[in-house]
Design a protein around this ligand. Structure first.
Ligand code: NDP
Length: 457
């Protein structure tokens, strides 16, 4: 169901930024996801460039578009039948002006240099919005954990870390999980790091298990944070999630906990999806059943319809054809295209908040904007995950462990602050309610000011 991204040709760049984008295109050929991510950010920076010409003089935009370091490596491992397999590993350390590079590892067959660079680029701004001391980075591999035994996943993770360990560290680069990398994989990666370095360096990875340095709420944080951000967006319109109809795409980590928090805040989630199609349950999703199927059994969502009367599974079609007031795309990049957005607008959607990274194509964002729909970009709406990773690092540094309630209170406050800074910056830029412009400018200024203070580095 993934659609190809619509090129962002319709977004006009400030004349001083167009040549910078041309260099990005030339220097990074055949990387469409990365190009879209860069153009998406540059397309919003007109206001800040007008007000702060010193950023151009110091070549800050050019420097932010160029990763500080890119590591590509071979990951050889042996499968259960004794065959040698070879995958490719990536770590892109994009920008360390605000803190150690920070961003997840993704294990998925679609992983490429372009995908990792687009995710790493977005991560710089997402991390800046949290207000916490975090640089931006991303990594992963084209390894597909689906259908692999636990022993195979372990051997793969050990081989991956055998190279990665020399590039990361508590004060250098702190990876975490992403799609295909959960607590199990972080455990195997951390075990190998500890064995090779002979250091129990808890804060070198986040997303750890609770008994060995992990943080409460980390597992829930991205989904919960997205629901809280949606609540703030509705609050800005004098409304709330209570009584609203909601659809959430995906049925993975982000989607499951977005559904949980929306339900706790009084919304009714009538649909979710996986890579095979979508589920419609007009009475409201039975989350315990979804967790049983997807978290415990790692099975197809289709099983739900067979077990829950009144629900149906629609194979191969996008979830977005269901009428809804709130849409939370929480599955993957480019899963909501121009046509899907038009359908949502036609059905009267009020807000769209991205739980995934760039799930809405540029064309979709434009349709939502023209339709007067409030749109929360992922770098703001899904920043709860990385923010809670930073809270995990804080607990590791102080050898402390906080309660669920205290950690969630911190998360709520961080999401409120992110919403407020996007909202205020949009107003300052003369486009009230435009969260994309608000998020990009607020984040860019934080990173650019830190770089300016540190000289040409
Ligand atoms: P998971 O791998 O846990 O879940 C992804 C889910 O999306 C799976 O249920 C998958 O289906 C489904 N899916 C994949 N492709 C499609 C599609 N085209 N249409 C509908 N459903 C689809 O990943 P996460 O939940 O961790 O991450 C989801 C997104 O959120 C990613 O973009 C990630 O980068 C982003 N994100 C994640 C964070 C985190 O803390 N986990 C933090 C910030 C962003 P199936 O089960 O069939 O594979």
């Amino acid at each position: 169901m993934n659609s190809m991204p619509v090129p962002l040709q319709q977004v006009t760049l400030h004349p001083d930024l167009e040549p910078i984008y041309e260099v990005v295109l030339r220097r990074n050929p055949a990387e469409p996801e990365f190009h879209d991510a860069v153009r998406g950010v540059l397309g919003s920076l007109g206001p800040v460039i007008e007000r702060r010409p010193e950023y151009l003089d110091a070549k800050l935009v050019e420097r932010i578009c160029e990763p500080e370091r890119q590591i590509i490596f071979r990951v050889p491992w042996t499968d259960d039948s004794g065959q040698v397999q070879v995958n490719r590993g990536y770590r892109v350390e994009f920008n360390g002006a605000l803190g150690p590079f920070k961003g997840g590892l993704r294990f998925h067959p679609s992983v490429s240099s372009s995908i990792i660079k687009f995710l790493g680029f977005e991560q710089i701004f997402k991390n800046a919005l949290t207000g916490l001391p975090l640089g931006g980075g991303k990594g992963g591999s084209d390894f597909d954990p689906k259908g692999r035994s636990e022993a195979e996943v372990m051997r793969f993770c050990q081989s991956f870390m055998s190279e990665l360990h020399r590039h990361i560290g508590e004060y250098t680069d702190v990876p975490a999980g992403d799609s295909g990398v959960g607590e199990r994989e972080i455990g195997f990666l951390f075990g190998q790091y500890r064995r090779i370095t002979n250091r129990y360096e808890s804060a070198v990875l986040t997303g750890k298990g609770l008994t060995w340095g992990g943080a409460r709420v980390r597992k829930e944080a991205t989904g919960y944070g997205c629901a809280y951000f949606a609540q703030e967006m509705l609050g800005a319109k004098g409304s709330s999630l209570s009584g609203r109809t909601v659809t959430v795409s995906g049925a993975g980590n982000v989607a499951i906990y977005a559904i949980e928090k929306v339900q706790q805040l009084g919304g009714t989630v009538i649909g979710c999806s996986d890579s095979m199609g979508y589920l419609h349950d007009p009475a409201g999703l039975d989350l315990a059943l979804i967790k049983e199927i997807k978290e415990v059994g790692r099975g197809p969502l289709q099983e739900y319809a067979a077990r829950r009367p009144g629900s149906r599974f629609v194979a191969g079609e996008p979830l977005w054809e269901l009428p809804t007031e709130v849409a939370l795309p929480c599955a993957t990049q480019n899963e909501l295209n121009h046509d899907d957005a038009a359908k949502l607008v036609e059905n009267g959607v009020l807000i769209v908040a991205e739980g995934a990274n760039l799930p809405c194509t540029p064309g979709a964002v434009e349709v939502l904007r023209q339709g007067g729909v409030a749109f929360g970009p992922g770098k703001a709406a899904n920043a709860g995950g990385v923010a809670t990773s930073a809270l995990e690092m804080q607990q590791n540094a102080s050898r402390d462990s906080w309660s669920f309630e205290y950690t969630e209170d911190r998360l709520v406050q961080i999401m409120r602050d992110i919403h407020q800074s996007c909202h205020e910056m949009a107003f300052e830029c003369g486009v009230p309610g435009d969260y994309v412009t608000g998020a990009n400018n607020a984040a860019f200024i934080r990173v650019a000011d830190a770089m300016l203070a540190m000289g040409v580095t």
